[in-house]
Design a binder for this molecule. Structure first.
Ligand SMILES: *[C@@H]1O[C@H](CO)[C@@H](O)[C@H](O)[C@H]1NC(C)=O
Length: 221
């Protein structure tokens, strides 16, 4: 009986959740309580995690969703670069570790529920930080900081260019930061989410609140 109701829940959830959300995992009490927290990565009330600075993950690369879920298990999410200050901090760590590229939580709204007029066309107006739900300014915005999109890429086009879609039909729906990969400095590129890369996690206020409420015995810091 238990097994049946569990299955039913999964089926119902599968219908309600979008493709992008369906495979997200929940945080785990012990993983959250024992998440890696280097003092030097405490900023704005958040701890960060750089996969290449931690022994067990030093040489690991993951696709975007796997990387996100590793973060989420630990009450974090992939990093969201809402400000120039935070972006500079992450670029500095990349430079320091001589890392070629990393995943961020940047995502293009290209799934069910993204039909809203203000998100069109998605390649210009559909970008957001999935870790914090903050919108990313339109890529052609002329007001304020509009991010660090590269002026070039594998096809010599300004980013985002959705190059892989033209070549293979796979949408470039995730944002990676590349470290001078195209002789372009440390810049943002739209990349197909199935590629594997090192990753950066950042505390998720939402997941920490969820976990602290649901696992009070874990004393999650
Ligand atoms: C940005 O691109 C969108 C969609 O192509 C267009 O409608 C809008 O006018 C552009 N804005 C600027 C400031 O160029």
């Amino acid at each position: 009986m238990r097994a049946w109701s569990g299955l039913l829940l999964v089926l119902v959830a599968g219908v309600v959740l979008t493709e992008a959300q369906r495979q997200l995992i929940r945080p785990e009490a012990n993983a959250c309580a024992n998440r890696i927290k280097h003092a030097s990565t405490f900023r704005n009330g958040n701890y960060y995690f750089f996969s290449w600075t931690h022994g067990p993950t030093r040489d690991h690369e993951r696709d975007w969703l796997d990387a996100r879920n590793i973060c989420r298990k630990h009450c974090q999410d992939l990093v969201s670069l809402e400000t120039q200050d935070e972006a500079a901090f992450v670029y500095q760590q990349m430079q320091h570790g001589n890392v070629k590229y990393v995943w961020t939580s940047g995502r293009k709204c290209n799934f069910d529920g993204c039909e809203r007029a203000d998100l069109q066309p998605p390649i210009v107006n559909g970008w957001f930080w999935s870790g914090s739900s903050a919108r990313i300014p339109a890529t052609n915005s002329t007001f304020g900081w509009r991010g660090d999109w590269s002026h070039t890429g594998g096809g010599n086009q300004a980013q985002p260019d959705n190059r892989e879609f033209a070549e293979t039909g796979t949408d470039e729906a995730c944002i990676a930061v590349l470290n001078n990969f195209y002789n372009d400095g440390i810049k943002w590129h739209d990349v197909a989410c199935h590629h594997v890369k090192p990753w950066v996690c950042e505390d998720s206020k939402e997941l920490l609140t969820f976990a602290r409420f649901n696992f009070p015995q874990a004393n999650i810091p």
